[in-house]
Design a protein around this ligand. Structure first.
Ligand SMILES: *[C@@H]1O[C@H](CO)[C@@H](O)[C@H](O)[C@H]1NC(C)=O
Length: 335
């Protein structure tokens, strides 16, 4: 879960229990909302990220994707290529290189988070629970996928990780108001077993300025200059490219804090600040204060910071490096 910050009192965190992404408060007319990244790019003694003794995902992760709603195959292929890139070798700096920072986290046995993420199943759900979902209904969607006939999605309590992605027309509780995605674990009462999962919504139409930054500027910031004014989306789709950074954020956090009792900062487990929350809005060296940091631009001016499979490029936010005690990504400028 992230912290809302800046001067906007009405957006104080009001929900608990779910570990969430809160990206960029969108009210106000200055850039205070971006300062979180700036605060932590340099090594900081102020950040006290603690290990709370719980498990992290050390076994090869079997990733199961649930596409909820109506999905455009082009967008699906962008997202699928990103997921495939997590464990594939691509030219440096790659998505897999980015994941190496996540693999620096260990459990109390000293085992590292795995670098092996295997796409193990996909399920298409055509609005089984409608187009307006509560947070708990995400768990029901996993249950539906796992019990459908004739081809259920495997329910894998050993090394399964479930990623629920909702399409542009689907409303999810708190989506575009407080969160762009969240992660948690399923309750036996709903799903039958406890498995970690993450949900991310397609924000391209509902709130690109909030959840697809920096491809769209926060609409209510007073400095809004139209979409795409900061940088072009690497795969030409503001919504899907914006989702990818949120997916990366949630996968990093669910792997390091799957039961919300492992790696987080702050004393309150109902609103933990996790390893990606510390680096929201930061994509390259020097970032912060509304500036994403030094990233690459292709010949058409589209921004990216990592390479993936099939010649793809992606822009993913940095995560907290527990060794160097700073936000880090493989595109960091070494000086
Ligand atoms: C495992 O984590 C430790 C501690 O952060 C780190 O020094 C080591 O390089 C990591 N190993 C791998 C394979 O990532």
């Amino acid at each position: 879960m992230g912290k809302l910050h800046g001067h906007v009192l009405l957006l104080l965190p009001v929900f608990c229990l779910f570990s969430s992404t809160i990206v960029l408060s969108v009210s106000g007319n200055n850039n205070q909302q971006f300062n979180q990244g700036k605060n932590y790019e340099g090594s900081s003694d102020l950040v006290k990220l603690d290990y709370h003794m719980g498990p992290v995902l050390v076994s090869s992760i079997k990733l199961y994707t649930i596409w909820y709603g109506h999905w455009n195959p082009t967008q699906q292929s962008i997202i699928r290529d990103f997921l495939l890139s997590l464990s594939s070798s691509s030219p440096f700096p790659s998505v897999a290189d980015w994941w190496q920072t996540v693999s620096l986290y260990t459990d109390q046995t000293g085992a590292n988070i795995t670098g092996n993420i295997i796409l193990s199943g996909e399920y298409y759900d055509s609005y089984s629970h409608g187009a307006s979902l509560s947070r708990l209904m995400i768990q029901s969607i996993i249950k539906t996928a796992a019990t459908s006939r004739p081809w259920p999605l495997p329910l894998n309590p050993y090394d399964g990780l479930y990623l629920v992605l909702t399409s542009s027309d689907v409303q999810v509780q708190d989506f575009c108001r407080a969160v762009c995605g969240f992660h948690y674990f399923t309750f036996p009462a709903i799903v039958g077993v406890t498995v970690p999962y993450a949900w991310v919504g397609y924000s391209g139409t509902q709130c690109p300025g909030m959840c697809a930054y920096p491809f769209a500027w926060p609409e209510n910031s007073g400095t809004y200059q139209g979409p795409n004014n900061i940088m072009g989306a690497p795969n030409g789709d503001v919504g899907a490219d914006g989702m990818i950074s949120v997916i990366a954020h949630e996968l990093a956090e669910v792997s390091s804090d799957p039961l919300v009792n492992a790696w987080y900062a702050g004393n309150d487990p109902t609103s933990p600040t996790e390893i990606a929350d510390l680096c929201v809005g930061l994509y390259g060296s020097g970032g912060g204060g509304g500036y994403p940091g030094q990233v690459y631009k292709d010949s058409r001016g589209k921004g990216f910071n990592v390479n993936g499979v099939n010649g793809r490029r992606f822009l993913v936010q940095w995560v907290w490096n527990p060794v160097s005690m700073r936000c880090f990504g493989p595109n960091a400028v070494v000086d």
